[in-house]
Design a protein around this ligand. Structure first.
Ligand SMILES: Cc1cc2nc3c(=O)[nH]c(=O)nc-3n(C[C@H](O)[C@H](O)[C@H](O)COP(=O)(O)OP(=O)(O)OC[C@H]3O[C@@H](n4cnc5c(N)ncnc54)[C@H](O)[C@@H]3O)c2cc1C
Length: 476
C-alpha cells in the first residue's frame, strides 16, 4: 500500500465497518415508568392537529401547520426534542453529535430549514492520510480506490434504481421479482467478485444493514431516493451543522412554546366521529387530525382504537430498525492532524472498526468518532470504553489514550428509538408498502421512513413532516 495524500471526502464504505448492527429489538418503555402523573391534566386541550413525536419530522409538520394558522399540539415521549438527532455539549460552546450529523449538497430541504433557522454548516474534516491498523501493524494510506467490478455493480444498481417509482416502489415493473430477493442474492446472480461482495457489504451496512437481510426492491428505492451511489456514499457526508443538528429541533420547539409537551409518551389514539382523542402521560388532547411522526416500528408502543387497517399492522410488524452505538472521544486538540492524518481510521480489530475526525469547525478541540461494530460490541460500558480507547491508540498513538471527555450514545438501549436506519426484508414492500403513507382515517403518518426523497435521512424527515402537514391542510 503506497501512502499518498488523501484529498477527497471520506468514503461512505469505510463508515460502516463502523456502524453497529444489533438485533432490532426495542426496549419498550411504558408510560407508567415516567414521573409525570396521569392525574396532572393541566396540559389537556383541544386543537386542530395533534402531532406525536418531536423529532425533525413532527416539528416540521407542526411548524407548517402553525404557519397555516391551525392550533397544534406536539406530544413527545422524551424530555427533549430532536429524536434521532441528539447533541452533547463538550465545553467551549461546542457539541458532538450522538445521532444524525452529516448533510450533503443534494439534501436541499434540511439545508433550507437550517438556513431559515440561522444554523450554518461547515465542511467535515477529511484532509490527510487514513490511519490503518491491520494484523497488528499501524500504517497510513492515501487515496481510496474502488475496483472496476465494484463500480460495475454500483452502476448497474444505480440504473435499476431509476426504474423504481419513488412514490410507489411496489408498482415498479419488476417489483415482485426484486422484492422476493435480497441484495446479496442479486450480487451473487450478477457475478460480483468476492472482493466486491465484501466491499459492497461495507457500504450497504452503512446505509441500511446487511445485504443478506435487505429486500433488493427496498434497497433500489432507498438508492433512488438518495440520488444514486455517489450521492449516498460520498456527497451525503460532506458537511455538518454548526452547533449540531438537534439545534434545528430546539429552535423550532422554542418558537412553539407550550404547544410542545415533553415527557408525555402517547399510549392510545382513539378515533370517534370527526375527532381523535390522544392519551398521553401529561395531556389528553382532542384534535381533528393526528400526525404520527416516527419510524413505523416505533408506533408499536401506541394502542389504536379502532385498530389500524390490517396492512398497516402488518407493515409495522415487518418493519426492521437497526440501532448503533456512537462514541465521541474529546481531546485538547486534533493532534492527529499535525501528523498529516485525516482522522479517518480503519482497524481490523474491534471494537473500533472505523473512526472519523468529528472536531468542532475551528478545531479548538479534537474529537475522534467511532461506530462500534456488532461483532465486537462489548456489553460492559467500562470495558467497552477501555477497548475503544485502545483501538484509538492503535490508530493514532498514545495521545489518544487520555481524552478529556468520552461520550457514548447507545441507541440499542434507547427506549423510544428502535433503530437508526431501516433494513427492510423481502416481501414487505410489495405486500404492505401502500400502508406506509396512506392515512388511516383521521391519522396521518410522517417520519423520514415515509419520505420519497432521502428516506432515512434528516432531509427525508423534514420533507415527510411537510408532506403530512400538506395532507392534513388539504383534508381539513
Ligand atoms: C446514530 C445515527 C446516525 C445518523 N446519521 C445520520 C447522518 O449522518 N445524516 C442524516 O441525514 N441522518 C442520519 N441519521 C438519521 C436521522 O437522524 C433521522 O433520519 C432523523 O433524525 C429522523 O427524524 P424523524 O422525525 O423522522 O424521527 P425521530 O427523530 O425518530 O423522531 C420520532 C420522535 O417520536 C418520539 N416518540 C416515539 N414514540 C413516542 C410516543 N409513544 N409518544 C410520543 N413521542 C414518541 C421519539 O422520542 C422521537 O422524538 C442518523 C441517525 C442515527 C440514530
Amino acid at each position: 500500500m503506497n501512502p499518498a495524500d488523501r484529498d477527497s471526502h471520506f468514503p461512505r464504505r469505510e463508515f460502516l465497518k463502523a456502524v453497529a448492527t444489533f438485533p432490532a429489538i426495542a426496549t419498550l418503555a411504558s408510560a407508567a415508568d415516567l414521573p409525570a402523573t396521569r392525574n396532572d391534566r393541566r396540559a389537556d386541550r383541544e386543537v386542530d392537529v395533534a402531532v406525536i413525536g418531536a423529532g425533525l419530522s413532527g416539528l416540521c409538520a407542526a411548524r407548517a401547520l402553525g404557519k397555516a394558522g391551525l392550533r397544534v399540539c406536539v406530544l413527545e415521549a422524551r424530555d427533549r426534542v430532536g429524536g434521532r438527532t441528539f447533541d452533547h455539549p463538550i465545553g467551549n460552546g461546542n457539541v458532538v453529535e450522538g445521532g444524525g450529523q452529516w448533510v450533503g449538497p443534494g439534501q436541499t430541504e434540511v439545508l433550507a430549514l437550517a438556513k431559515e433557522l440561522g444554523i450554518e454548516t461547515f465542511d467535515s474534516y477529511a484532509t490527510g492520510k487514513t490511519a490503518l491498523y491491520i494484523s497488528g501493524m499501524r500504517l497510513t494510506w492515501g487515496r481510496e480506490q474502488e475496483s472496476a467490478d465494484l463500480r460495475r455493480v454500483k452502476g448497474a444498481l444505480d440504473a435499476l434504481a431509476k426504474e423504481v417509482p419513488l412514490d410507489a416502489p411496489w408498482t415498479a415493473p419488476r417489483a415482485g421479482e426484486w422484492d422476493a430477493m435480497t441484495v446479496a442474492d442479486w450480487l451473487k446472480a450478477n457475478k460480483a467478485t468476492g472482493q466486491t461482495i465484501q466491499d459492497f457489504a461495507v457500504d450497504c451496512e452503512t446505509e441500511l444493514g446487511k445485504p443478506a437481510n435487505i429486500s433488493l426492491l427496498w434497497y433500489l428505492f432507498y438508492l433512488h431516493a438518495a440520488g444514486g451511489h455517489t450521492s449516498m456514499n460520498v456527497d451525503a457526508q460532506k458537511s455538518r451543522f454548526k452547533g449540531g443538528p438537534q439545534s434545528m429541533s430546539r429552535k423550532m420547539a422554542q418558537a412553539m412554546g407550550d404547544d410542545v409537551i415533553l415527557s408525555s409518551p402517547v399510549s392510545r389514539i382513539t378515533t370517534g366521529g370527526a375527532k381523535v382523542n390522544v392519551e398521553s402521560a401529561r395531556a389528553r388532547v382532542t384534535a381533528r387530525r393526528v400526525i404520527v411522526a416516527m419510524m413505523p416500528t416505533d408506533t408499536r408502543r401506541i394502542a389504536f382504537s379502532p385498530e389500524l387497517p390490517e396492512a398497516r399492522q402488518n407493515l409495522v410488524k415487518a418493519w426492521a430498525g437497526e440501532p448503533a452505538i456512537k462514541v465521541n472521544a474529546v481531546y485538547p486538540k486534533p493532534f492527529w492532524r499535525d501528523a498529516g492524518l485525516s482522522g479517518l481510521g480503519i482497524s481490523d480489530r474491534g471494537p473500533v472498526a472505523v473512526t472519523f475526525d468529528n472536531s468542532p469547525p475551528d478545531g479548538s478541540q479534537g474529537v475522534l468518532l467511532a461506530f462500534l461494530s456488532e461483532e465486537h460490541a462489548i456489553k460492559n460500558p467500562a470495558d467497552r470504553r477501555k477497548a475503544v480507547l485502545e483501538g484509538f491508540v492503535h490508530l493514532f498513538g498514545k495521545p489518544a489514550a487520555d481524552p478529556t471527555d468520552y461520550v457514548e450514545t447507545d441507541w440499542s438501549a434507547d427506549p423510544w428509538t428502535t433503530g437508526c436506519v431501516s433494513p427492510i426484508g423481502p416481501r414487505t414492500l410489495t405486500r404492505f408498502g401502500p400502508a406506509l403513507r396512506a392515512p388511516a382515517g383521521l391519522i396521518h403518518w410522517a417520519g423520514t421512513e415515509t419520505s420519497e426523497i432521502w428516506c432515512g435521512y434528516m432531509d427525508g424527515a423534514v420533507r415527510s413532516g411537510r408532506r403530512a402537514a400538506a395532507e392534513v391542510l388539504k383534508a381539513l
